[in-house]
Ligand binder design. Structure first.
Ligand SMILES: Nc1nc2c(ncn2[C@@H]2O[C@H](COP(=O)(O)OP(=O)(O)OP(=O)(O)O)[C@@H](O)[C@H]2O)c(=O)[nH]1
Ligand SMILES: [Mg+2]
Length: 295
């Protein structure tokens, strides 16, 4: 029963899916011989939906799996002078990006590989977002928007001492997938100053809120999956599972006699991952116990 080098937890889930599908398949076969009975929902719709649910839970891990292997793109954006380059240097642990109190210091983007609590991250420091007549800076601003759009996660910084209002960027225009909004320079403001709940308060200068921010970055990128080791890590597995799902959805949408074909296709797609098409011992036992013996 050794699936080809698959993680044990993943193997178990795939077994679960295979068993669900096989049971339904067996039920349909049984009804062929006793056409009056029909297949009850507990032996058709329910197990198929449960298999789809299991597949969905696995597909959700695919992104985290890819990130844990290949790394995530993290863009740091915001208006000029809010401390983007300072934050990059702090996350990196040494000064790599030029920091100054002159707005527009970073005119081109800068990419750095980081390790954020065990997650490989390509962090990208970008030019401050503003209207500018400087051609080079303007190109940097265009690039920054592009980088933000393609990032797995965006850190959107503003200067806490200036308030968020004047520094809001149109996240709809940028079409950002995931963003952490960060108030930097909280060392400059009253400690009781309230911001909206989702806003992270940090001070790069005082190294305040940085550990919490790192945890949040990790959580946003891979969720709490790190402990389960249950990741789909290859594109091939992900594609195969998507196929299994679509065959099951197809099976659900047709009459029982036609569903057999879709279930066979689903099992075949599943076998592309597990490397085995034969039915597990337990499933065979189940089938014999429920359908063959005594009927
Ligand atoms: N008081 C205070 N100053 C900070 C903090 N973080 C950064 N600064 C200062 O803010 C100024 C701008 O910092 P940068 O990191 O260059 O800002 P930036 O967002 O990269 O700016 P551009 O590259 O121009 O877009 C520098 O003088 C930093 O020393 C902070 O937490 N508190
Ligand atoms: Mg900068």
């Amino acid at each position: 029963n050794a699936a080809m080098g698959l993680n044990k937890n993943l193997s178990k889930k795939l077994d679960l899916i295979q068993t669900d599908i096989t049971k339904v398949y067996a039920s349909i076969q049984a009804v062929f011989d006793y056409p009056d009975e029909g297949v009850p929902d507990t032996e058709f719709g329910e197990p198929l939906l449960s298999a789809i649910e299991t597949i969905d839970s696995l597909l959700k891990t695919a992104k985290a799996g890819k990130i844990s292997q290949q790394g995530a793109k993290l863009a740091i954006i915001g208006k000029p002078n809010v401390g983007k380059s300072s934050l990059l240097n702090t996350l990196l642990g040494y000064d790599r990006s030029i920091v100054s109190n002159i707005p527009g210091t970073t005119r081109d983007y800068l990419e750095v590989m980081l390790d954020i609590n065990g997650v490989p991250v390509l962090a990208i420091d970008t030019a401050g977002l503003r209207e500018t007549k400087d051609i080079i800076e303007e190109q940097g601003v265009v690039a920054a928007k592009d980088i933000a759009q393609n990032a797995d996660l965006v850190l959107y910084l503003f200067d806490a001492s200036q308030g968020l209002d004047g520094q809001r960027i149109d996240s709809k225009e940028l079409n950002l997938k995931r963003t952490i909004v960060i108030a930097n320079k909280v060392d400059l403001i009253d400690t009781n100053t309230k911001f909206e709940n989702h806003i992270q308060k940090i001070s790069v200068t005082n190294n305040q809120g940085i550990d919490k921010l790192k945890n949040l970055i990790k959580e946003k990128l891979i969720g709490d999956l790190s402990s389960t080791e249950l990741w789909l890590t290859t594109e091939r597995h992900e594609q195969a599972l998507r196929q299994v799902k679509s065959h099951l959805q197809q099976a659900l949408s047709v009459s029982e006699d036609l569903a057999s074909i879709d279930l066979e296709l689903a099992l075949k797609a599943l076998a592309e991952i597990t490397g085995r098409s034969e039915i597990s011992e337990e499933t065979l036992e189940y089938i014999f116990a429920n359908f063959c013996v005594g009927k």
